[in-house]
Design a protein around this ligand. Sequence first.
Ligand SMILES: [Zn+2]
Length: 278
Amino acid sequence: MNHYILVIFDSCRYDTLMKANPKTIAKLGTIEQRWSYASWTSPSHYNLLTGLLPHTNPQNVFASEYYKNDFLKFSDRLGVEGIEFKSFIPKLYFPAFLKEKLGYQTHAMVSLPVLNPKTILNHGFDSYTLMDKHNDMRAIVRRMKFPGDRPSFHLLNVGESHYPYALPDEPAEEWPRISGVHGVFKHLDDQVVGGKLLKKASKFFDEKKLKMLRDRQVRAVKYLDSVVAELFDIVPKNTYITITADHGELFGEGGYFGHGPIFHKKVFEVPFVEGKLR
Ligand SMILES: [Zn+2]
């Protein structure tokens, strides 16, 4: 059986990741444009933990047919033959399936407070940790363990790609602030980062700042690519890795910023790549 790692770059839009041109991440396979089932962190992570990863937006196909095929991919991911939708019944919850039916150790390390261990999402995990910093994937990688006797599943929620797209060594007082957005940035912990940009409050939202923010997300992904290299170095062979995002992010398109209470194509647009290194 394979170890399986599901890496979620929080808020990382597909085109952001492509612009960062991440050479290490690309070693896993072709980076696809996919679509998240939800526009913000909590429901999206719940959905991922049901086993449904971001979808391909297929046309002329019944949802049930798509789900059925999507679940078959877990045979590759886990190196276990015969996994199908029925295997997940009745809980429809991936960590519980791994733990109870396949004997996996299950671990989550999350960066965003909205996913903290008191939430329902901790269900089915042997360990579930909210990291001290919201933006330090390297600290996550350094804590990972792969015991030899049992396969393990790791859910990694990574926050460098989340607003304010700060690298771990960047002092908080240097993080960007933009005005004219509902004041949501004062409450990073609330995770409700998004909404219509208020033209009135800021005369007109500052396109230069939005571009700067978008560039910061690209920079964050470039940095994360180097941390992924460290992850690749420590994983045992027989490790299957999926890298994707929980939702996208808006940088002024349609008059929106961020994610959450937004209905826009870009808030669902996420990268998806997976494979086995060796
Ligand atoms: Zn998120």
